[in-house]
Design a binder for this molecule. Structure first.
Ligand SMILES: [Zn+2]
Length: 407
């Protein structure tokens, strides 16, 4: 828990299909472009502050009390449940759903070693839990929380595989500290929450599993604290940008080898159990992506790009060579130097930020959202466009064709 890091700053506007549509609208008026940065900031300031309370390791006997408190306060929350517990307390799983809260998957039995030394076991537990929840409430939740959080437990391949299967992985901003040891007193839990940052969106980690009666005691005060600070409460949804810890430099676990092909095969066997998965969505994954720029068209095939929750992530190496540029890796600084023409971008992969330099121009800062795939970096296409200082003209994804036109 001590190792937890802050998630990357959420400086970028959510870049989904609506995002692209918005850009198209804005393009009708080029003069608006200069104002985007300011406009984004002012929207942020007036945005409602939101707390996402999350309860892990349940359901247990404590869960009904947590639900009573939430009902009394008229607020919604998210429960990352264990499959094993759900089997023991099916009625509480039903109550969570009936009362409008969100269910998430937290593995079947929470046993770190088997879960984190072999992705096969992690996958097996996630699917097993899904099947349990599907039996009880007919839901296969897309939201997933790694037992113990992702930091030091997940490596890039876990993110990659689970992203492929369209799970949405949520870590947290504020750890209430209620699972540091057994029976952490309520006063200490409240103190833990109050020492957390008060930013516009906060995901708070709490527990409603066995042995967490002190968390129940602390809950009313925690709710009051956020209310006093002007927050509204909400359950997580698939629309909420998840808080994710950065990849640790070193994993706590030695993981069993698993080739991407084997992982794909294994996951495809359970494709029917993927959250919200339909076969057409799965088939869709194999479409190439075309990026049109002037008279040039760059084609990215499966493996060179991927779509994660409506956002394109493109292979940095492939795109750079297609654009006639080059990349160098400065391992010491954890920085990738990207050069295309007279543009140079210093991409700090740890800080998730690029400094873009062009002769005669002021340096520009671009936030970086990327994923690792097969040892290569896949950068959010939108961020790459920002670095290249090009604008999106149109975007087609009609199930037959995926094409982005830029200028
Ligand atoms: Zn847990």
């Amino acid at each position: 828990m001590k190792n937890q890091r802050n998630n990357r700053q959420n400086v970028s506007m959510k870049w989904n299909r609506r995002g692209w549509a918005m850009v198209l609208l804005l393009l009708f008026n080029y003069t608006l472009f200069a104002g985007i940065a300011n406009a984004e900031q002012s929207t942020k300031a007036s945005e409602t502050k939101t707390v996402y309370l999350t309860f892990d390791d349940g359901p247990s006997k404590n869960t009904s009390e947590v639900l009573d408190i939430l009902a009394k306060e008229k607020i919604k929350a998210t429960f990352f449940v264990l499959g094993q517990q759900a089997e023991s307390y099916p009625d509480l799983v039903k109550r969570i759903v009936q009362e409008g809260h969100q269910l998430g998957n937290h593995s079947y039995n929470h046993a770190y070693k088997p879960l984190y030394t072999d992705f096969r076991e992690f996958w097996r537990q996630i699917i097993k839990t899904e099947n349990v929840l599907n039996q009880i409430v007919g839901q296969r939740p897309a939201l997933l929380r790694a037992p113990g959080g992702t930091y030091g437990n997940f490596d890039a391949s876990y993110f990659e595989h689970l992203g492929q299967a369209e799970f949405i992985i949520h870590d947290w901003d504020v750890d209430s500290g209620d699972s540091k040891r057994s029976n952490v007193p309520a006063a200490e839990i409240i103190k833990g929450v109050k020492s957390g940052p008060l930013k516009s969106h906060i995901t708070v980690l709490m527990h409603d599993g066995t042995g967490h009666s002190e968390s129940v005691k602390a809950l009313p005060t925690i709710i009051q604290y956020y209310k006093n600070n002007g927050y509204q409460f909400a359950a997580l949804t698939s629309e909420v940008k998840p808080v994710q810890f950065r990849l640790a430099q070193k994993s706590k676990w030695v993981k069993a080898a698993l080739s991407p092909e084997e992982a794909d095969r294994m996951m495809m066997q359970d494709a029917a159990s993927w959250p919200d998965a339909s076969l057409s969505e799965v088939m869709n994954r194999s479409l190439p992506l075309f990026v049109r720029f002037g008279s040039a068209t760059w084609q990215l095939n499966t493996g060179e790009y991927q779509m994660i929750r409506d956002q394109f992530y493109v292979s940095l190496r492939t795109m750079t060579s297609r654009m006639g540029g080059e990349i160098q890796w400065d391992g010491k600084q954890q920085t990738v130097i990207l050069k295309v023409g007279d543009m140079q971008a210093e991409m700090n992969m740890i800080k998730h930020v690029a400094i873009v330099k062009r002769p005669g121009e002021e340096n520009m800062e671009v936030s970086l959202d990327y994923v690792m795939k097969d040892g290569g970096t896949q950068l959010n296409l939108r961020d790459l466009m920002d670095i290249m200082n090009v604008k999106v003209l149109s975007y087609i994804d009609d199930g037959q064709k995926r094409e982005v036109t830029v200028e």
